[in-house]
Design a protein around this ligand. Structure first.
Ligand SMILES: [Zn+2]
Length: 73
Protein backbone atom coordinates (compact mmCIF):
# COMPACT_ATOMS: atom_id res chain seq x y z
CA UNK A 1 0.00 0.00 0.00
CA UNK A 2 1.25 3.44 -0.93
CA UNK A 3 1.03 5.89 1.91
CA UNK A 4 -0.44 9.07 0.61
CA UNK A 5 0.24 12.44 2.12
CA UNK A 6 -1.99 12.99 5.10
CA UNK A 7 -4.59 15.72 4.88
CA UNK A 8 -4.06 18.83 7.05
CA UNK A 9 -5.07 18.03 10.60
CA UNK A 10 -7.01 21.28 10.80
CA UNK A 11 -9.43 19.94 8.18
CA UNK A 12 -10.15 16.70 10.05
CA UNK A 13 -12.83 15.87 12.56
CA UNK A 14 -11.98 14.94 16.12
CA UNK A 15 -12.86 11.33 15.27
CA UNK A 16 -10.32 11.36 12.45
CA UNK A 17 -7.63 12.96 14.60
CA UNK A 18 -8.12 10.28 17.25
CA UNK A 19 -8.11 7.41 14.78
CA UNK A 20 -11.74 6.48 15.33
CA UNK A 21 -12.60 7.11 11.72
CA UNK A 22 -10.61 6.97 8.51
CA UNK A 23 -8.31 9.93 7.90
CA UNK A 24 -9.26 10.00 4.22
CA UNK A 25 -12.88 8.92 3.83
CA UNK A 26 -14.10 9.37 7.46
CA UNK A 27 -15.63 5.90 7.61
CA UNK A 28 -15.81 4.45 11.14
CA UNK A 29 -12.94 2.07 11.86
CA UNK A 30 -12.71 -1.07 13.95
CA UNK A 31 -9.68 -1.40 16.16
CA UNK A 32 -8.65 -4.79 14.84
CA UNK A 33 -8.46 -4.03 11.14
CA UNK A 34 -7.65 -0.33 10.77
CA UNK A 35 -4.26 0.58 9.36
CA UNK A 36 -2.22 2.61 11.81
CA UNK A 37 -0.42 5.44 10.01
CA UNK A 38 1.72 6.37 12.98
CA UNK A 39 1.69 9.20 15.45
CA UNK A 40 1.82 12.66 13.90
CA UNK A 41 2.96 15.77 15.69
CA UNK A 42 1.15 18.94 14.77
CA UNK A 43 2.56 22.36 15.56
CA UNK A 44 -0.16 24.93 14.97
CA UNK A 45 0.59 28.56 14.26
CA UNK A 46 -1.25 29.39 17.44
CA UNK A 47 -1.57 27.22 20.53
CA UNK A 48 0.28 24.20 21.80
CA UNK A 49 1.74 21.42 19.66
CA UNK A 50 -0.02 18.10 19.99
CA UNK A 51 0.01 14.53 18.71
CA UNK A 52 -2.66 12.99 16.58
CA UNK A 53 -3.19 9.45 15.47
CA UNK A 54 -4.29 8.92 11.89
CA UNK A 55 -5.69 5.56 10.90
CA UNK A 56 -7.12 4.34 7.63
CA UNK A 57 -9.46 1.72 6.24
CA UNK A 58 -7.94 -1.73 5.65
CA UNK A 59 -9.46 -1.75 2.16
CA UNK A 60 -7.62 1.05 0.37
CA UNK A 61 -9.61 0.65 -2.84
CA UNK A 62 -12.98 0.95 -1.12
CA UNK A 63 -11.61 3.82 0.91
CA UNK A 64 -10.53 5.75 -2.16
CA UNK A 65 -13.94 5.18 -3.72
CA UNK A 66 -15.69 6.48 -0.61
CA UNK A 67 -13.40 9.48 -0.56
CA UNK A 68 -14.23 10.35 -4.15
CA UNK A 69 -17.96 9.79 -3.89
CA UNK A 70 -18.31 11.40 -0.48
CA UNK A 71 -20.06 8.31 0.85
CA UNK A 72 -19.12 8.39 4.51
CA UNK A 73 -20.93 5.33 5.80
ZN1 LIG B 1 -11.15 5.22 4.43
Amino acid sequence: MTVRNLPPVSELTEQQQRGWSCVWCAAPLSTGTAINLGEQRHEPAFGSPYWWFPRACPDARACAKREVTGDRR
